[in-house]
Design a protein around this ligand. Sequence first.
Ligand SMILES: [Fe+2]
Length: 335
Amino acid sequence: MLSDRIAKISSMSSREILVEGRELRHMLKPRLGHENLGLGVGLRTVHFAHILEHQPEVDWFEIISENFMDSAGRPRHVLEQIAARYPIVMHGVSLSIGSTDPLNREYLKKLKVLAASINARWISDHVCWTGVAGRNTHDLLPIPYNESTLSHLVERIRIVQEILERPLVLENPSSYLEFQDSTMSESEFVCRMAEEADCGLLLDVNNVYVSSVNHEFDPVEYIEAIPARRVVQCHLAGHTNCGTHLIDTHNGKVIDPVWNLFQLMHQRTGGVATLLEWDADIPPFPVVHAEVLKARKYMDEHLPVCDQDFSTETVANTSSTAIPHPASFITAEVE
Ligand SMILES: [Fe+2]
């Protein structure tokens, strides 16, 4: 029976799932039934004019939901024109799924209305909290990984999914500290959260890399632990090396170790919608687009399962001055 097979898969390791993947693929609805949209780019206001004028051959765009949900002006008008031509995915930064504040039902209502108006393929946010006592910090803050926070998130994800009437897709965060109250690894937490809440995952391979350097864990083990059938989307981005730690600044190009992790993710999932985030020192649109198209080089299905060196990059003795705030992109300017 299907339920027995699914129960068996839930208790299997990722390697065993890979072995049986061919047999079970038709039964498991990989990516929760969402299509692989191809290679996309984060929609940013500085590129509006270029996109409208040149209609570039981009597979899809991801928007920051909050930049459009309260706007009825030019941004919304431009978005509607772009949504008429390209698939759009909504990526939020204020759901605050990990907070102890009550869920903001007004916010969820606005998300739902925006998603319907632009035919958003799915709605994503982050495994984090962004505020408490009604205050929004505009930062993606980490949570302890333990049974208590897990049950808290699972319950809230289920409620959000009922309100939105669709699966929620949640992204692994980049982080700069760990909690003594954590009793499990981030990858175990994310896996259990996805299975128990029945939600999707946005696997940000740059975040995995950044956190793996900051907290000294193995990024390959992390990606191999993630249930591939739940991965709906992938994020790529650049980051900043501060010498003693990495910061997820979304500036610059994707570095080779992150591309190698992307290749592993691609081989494990069979390919999912992939998007490049570039939010600081944003270059002209063709440069951003060219960067995400490099992913094609790593998507050759005949490539052997990664045996490349994923060891961390050399930590440079660089100054940390002029580093953008880790989540400065969440309050991106809206024209
Ligand atoms: Fe991301």
